[in-house]
Design a protein around this ligand. Structure first.
Ligand SMILES: [Cu+2]
Length: 105
């Protein structure tokens, strides 16, 4: 019986790896590198967007609502309060900025 189990494991593992195309299981199960956020406010004068965000491991932040700078000021014209986005954040010059985002479905 033990032999059969190890034989099955040996046979199934390579198939698994092929179907996943090398992407680690955890990466597909989680949301990926983008974090969920809801736009609360746009401040064009300050060049900031206030986002209610989920856990941001990239900059070590728990979920909260806060202001972010943006990598591209044009984004401030596209976003509006209430928009649901998925975004990546990074620290730049001591400020947290949105480095990229996409609209959430
Ligand atoms: Cu924060």
């Amino acid at each position: 019986m033990r032999l059969l189990v190890s034989l099955l494991l040996a046979l199934s593992l390579p198939v698994f790896a092929q179907h996943d195309h090398g992407v680690p299981k955890a990466a597909t199960a989680q949301a990926g590198p983008l974090t969920d956020g809801v736009v609360r406010k746009i401040d064009k004068a300050a060049g900031e967007v206030v986002i209610q965000h989920g856990q941001l491991d990239s900059i070590g932040m728990p979920p909260m609502t806060m202001a972010f700078g943006v990598a591209d000021k044009a984004w401030l014209n596209k976003l509006k309060p209430g928009d649901r986005i998925r975004f990546a954040a990074e620290m730049k010059g001591g400020n947290a900025i949105v480095s990229r985002y996409e609209m959430a479905k």
